[in-house]
Design a protein. Structure first.
Length: 379
């Protein structure tokens, strides 16, 4: 078999899996194949807020993704009666996916990952000894397959796994900055609309050499509930800050929450990144995708030593890893924050500095904050 590992999807999850695998097993250079449906540079609808923990993990294996970025050092949290802000220092950055994913792909190639672009995986055959993956006109043979193909994952569907019932509707657009925006090093989450199971955001974004704003609305759809009209909510919000909704291009997508009870593997195939599920509280998925890659890469490195690798324990391994534990807690947190205990949760975030501080630390990956960096403007 020409390849040890075939990875479907060259987003941050697929590329990180390949990078961490090769870091643990440099002897596999040239034997890890990533098949990507599109051609780089390709865009991905995303607000581009990358938690510092994603960068730190990649840096731990010598990978630094140099692209235009805005350093982020704080969070603002708006509730119906005002806002709280926490600026503990560097906690991450915002990037553009068009540039970031292409730069990460270039780093992966430089380290011996074989990347085929314009190769949509459309058929999979798995036997006891190998996997056979058809992408476009070509058929590739390998020992194992990783499904890192994002939201509508073909690999996930092929495995016969249903998609997580907890989903979110999301709409995003880029606009100019306005006077009322927070400082350009702060991510703004606004949960003041209690009719929305989610939040609106205003994030600085590096576009065309300027600091502009990514604005959007994230609305969770609990099973059995009607989906929110996020596009209309965003329009209303833009009008309220003096922007013309019609003059900017809107992009609407779904996101799928992590469901810990679901299987994430079958035989010689595992799922990572958004194909497995992301944080349902915020819809954050980039740093998680890199975390998934770190866990999967080292897991595969060990499994490939075996003659007949079997991934029956991938779910347990994932759930015991930092990203699995974190997503498990966030899955229940989504129900608490937006369904069963919204007002107490709002109060906690708005009134108790330590809670916003902890959110910033989780985003950053554990850097402590200082009490004096906390600001509050509540009634
Ligand atoms: C509006 C919006 C805003 C967001 N904002 C943020 C944010 O600010 N911060 C954050 O952390 N996250 C954010 N997210 C979530 C984040 O974009 C995703 O969770 C993240 O990209 C997941 O990474 P991934 O590698 O798993 O999947 P993806 O980035 O989706 O990569 C999957 C790759 O697989 C490829 N592919 C798909 N099908 C096939 C196939 N059949 N064969 C081969 N290749 C295939 C795709 O082309 C793509 O390159 C946002 C999402 C949305 C919708």
């Amino acid at each position: 078999m020409p390849y040890d590992v075939i990875i479907a999807g060259a987003g941050p999850a697929g590329l990180s899996t390949a990078l961490f695998l090769l870091n643990a097993r440099p002897d596999l250079a040239g034997r890890v194949l990533v098949l990507e449906k599109k051609a780089f540079p390709r865009d991905k609808t995303c607000a581009g807020a990358l938690g510092g923990r994603g960068d730190s993990l990649l840096e731990s294996i010598g990978v630094r993704v140099e692209v235009p970025s805005i350093p982020i050092s704080g969070l603002r949290f708006t509730v119906p009666r005002g806002f709280s802000e926490r600026t503990p220092g560097p906690i991450g950055r915002t990037i553009r996916r068009l540039e970031y994913d292409a730069a990460l792909a270039a780093q992966a190639r430089a380290r011996g990952v074989l990347l085929v672009e314009g190769a949509p995986v459309c058929q999979i055959r798995v036997s006891r000894r190998e996997v056979e993956v058809t992408a476009g006109e070509e058929v590739y043979g390998g020992r194992v397959l990783v499904g890192a193909d994002g939201l509508g994952s073909f690999v996930r569907r092929w495995l016969g796994l249903s998609f997580a019932p907890l989903k979110a509707r999301v709409v995003e657009m880029d606009t100019e900055r306005t006077e009322g925006d927070p400082p350009p090093h702060v991510l703004h989450f606004d949960v003041s609309d209690r009719g929305l199971n989610g939040y609106a955001w205003d994030f600085p974004t590096p576009l065309d050499g300027e600091v502009r704003m990514s604005r959007g609305v994230y609305g969770l759809v609990f099973p059995g509930h009607d989906p929110p009209d996020v596009a209309r909510l965003l329009d209303r919000r833009l009008e309220s800050i003096g922007l013309d909704p019609g003059s900017h291009r809107k992009r609407q997508m779904l996101e799928r929450g992590f469901e810990p009870h679901q299987p994430f593997a079958h035989g010689r195939v595992i799922l990572v990144g958004e194909a497995a599920g992301v944080d349902p509280i915020t819809g954050e998925g980039m740093a998680e995708a890199i975390q998934y890659g770190a866990v999967a890469g080292t897991y595969l490195a060990k499994k490939l030593v075996l003659g007949h690798p079997d991934f029956a324990d991938w779910r347990t391994h994932l759930l015991r890893s930092p990203v699995g534990t974190d997503l498990f807690l966030r899955r229940w947190g989504a129900y608490l924050c937006f369904r069963y205990a919204r007002r107490p949760a709002e109060l906690l975030f708005a009134r108790v500095p330590g809670v916003l501080d902890q959110a910033a630390r989780l985003f950053a990956g554990g850097r402590p904050g200082r009490k004096e960096d906390y600001a509050s403007a509540l009634d």
